[in-house]
Design a protein around this ligand. Structure first.
Ligand SMILES: [Zn+2]
Ligand SMILES: [Zn+2]
Length: 381
């Protein structure tokens, strides 16, 4: 028997050294898995349920758990003999869960007292304030160069009237008479398994253990108030569409001395008519005439800094591109810039006059003559 017995932590699917909360969670999960209501007449599930109950019985008891951790099964079960376990009362788990009501009852009776899901936390513990979120829209160029934006957000701040105490004239809070400062009150619950003593949050003080006799009218005793924050925020150069800025400590104020939350600003960037962006590189198109393409020219290229001159060679083709190194977007929070990629678009003239058309034909004929004499044409076929 000693060899076949599974480790209690393993039975509950938890780690040795886990918290009470994790233990309960593990137990709950196993009860859900093996409860006889879900597996009628399944001997295996029944045995598993028994094992789970035994493991939880030991591990949920502080003393037994300590002995188990130190001495193993011998520490908690006298039938193992020779162990150091003294006060263990054998037979505490009969394995007869016929007495359980339906599965819902079990959760109610066992876990109802843990705050409906076991997430109750000490209301007096310091808590970080919530993050406050907002969004701004900026122009393409502002995203490249950086800018300042005015934002307006609603956030929780310490009440300025009472200085955050919640008390009208700054008087100290008094101890709650219902729970005598503990924030918890004991309640008895009758269940199919007997009467359970559980604790719940004190209604009178909301678990704080303290009561404010004369609450501040401005904040109704909470010590906090919603205020509008207006602020000019600087947006760094290089930011891209969809990125967010986090300003630490500018969110809702913390509770019980906890730190403030953060202010999170999501930035959306309007598209530009001339430029497109990919990472820190800029892409744009420059139209030229076919004469410029054929003969080459100094052209003016719009960049995010203004314009720059660029010499295109004779015989430039539609779709040819060149790169202006280091003339892209400044890298966010770093030095250096991306590149600017320019692609050439040769514009074919429309609506030619008869005279222009004739000239063009004559020009084409001259190309064909050159072809006849063995020279290569790069223009019309
Ligand atoms: Zn106040
Ligand atoms: Zn109370």
């Amino acid at each position: 028997m000693a060899d076949s017995k599974r480790d209690y932590y393993e039975v509950l699917g938890v780690q040795k050294g886990c918290s009470d909360e994790e233990l309960k969670k593990g137990y709950r999960a196993m009860v859900k898995k093996y409860h006889p209501d879900l597996h009628p007449d399944d001997k295996d599930a029944e045995a598993k349920m028994k094992e789970v109950n035994e493991a939880y019985d030991v591990l949920s008891d502080k003393d037994k758990r300590a002995r188990y951790d130190q001495f193993g099964f011998a520490g908690v079960d006298p039938s193992y003999g020779g162990g150091a376990g003294g006060g263990f009362s054998g037979g505490a788990y009969s394995g007869d869960f016929g007495g359980f009501g339906d599965i819902g009852d079990i959760f109610e009776s066992f876990f109802g007292g843990f705050g409906g899901g076991g997430s109750r936390s000490n209301p007096n513990a310091p808590r970080k304030g919530a993050d406050v979120k907002t969004s701004v829209q900026i122009s393409f160029m502002d995203a490249c160069k950086g800018t300042g934006v005015d934002i307006r957000v609603n956030r929780l701040e310490r009440c300025s009237v009472c200085g955050g105490t919640g008390s009208k004239n700054g008087a100290a809070a008094t101890v709650c008479p219902d729970c005598r400062g503990s924030g918890q009150v004991r309640v008895s619950q009758r269940t199919p398994l007997g009467v359970f003593q559980t604790t719940k949050t004190c209604d009178r003080c909301g678990g704080k253990g303290k009561i404010i006799k004369d609450p501040c009218q401005s904040c109704s005793g909470t010590g906090m108030a919603r205020r509008v924050l207006q602020k000019n925020v600087s947006i760094p150069q290089g930011i891209d569409d969809g990125q967010s800025l986090r300003i630490t400590g500018e969110g809702d104020c913390g509770v019980n001395g906890g730190p403030n939350g953060d202010l999170i600003i999501r930035v959306s960037v309007k598209p530009d008519d001339l430029f497109e962006r990919e990472g820190f590189d800029i892409y744009s198109e420059v139209p030229i005439s076919y004469m410029q393409a054929a003969l080459g020219d100094d052209i003016t290229v719009p960049t995010i800094d203004g314009t720059t001159k660029y010499r295109i060679p004779a015989g430039t083709q539609n779709g040819d591109s060149f790169v202006l190194r280091g003339q892209g977007v400044p890298r966010l929070y770093r030095t250096g810039r991306g590149d600017h990629h320019v692609s050439i678009k040769v514009v074919v003239p429309k609506n030619l006059t008869k005279k222009q058309a004739d000239l063009l034909k004559a020009f084409n004929d001259s190309l064909n003559e050159r072809n006849d004499s063995g020279r290569k044409s790069s223009w019309f076929k």
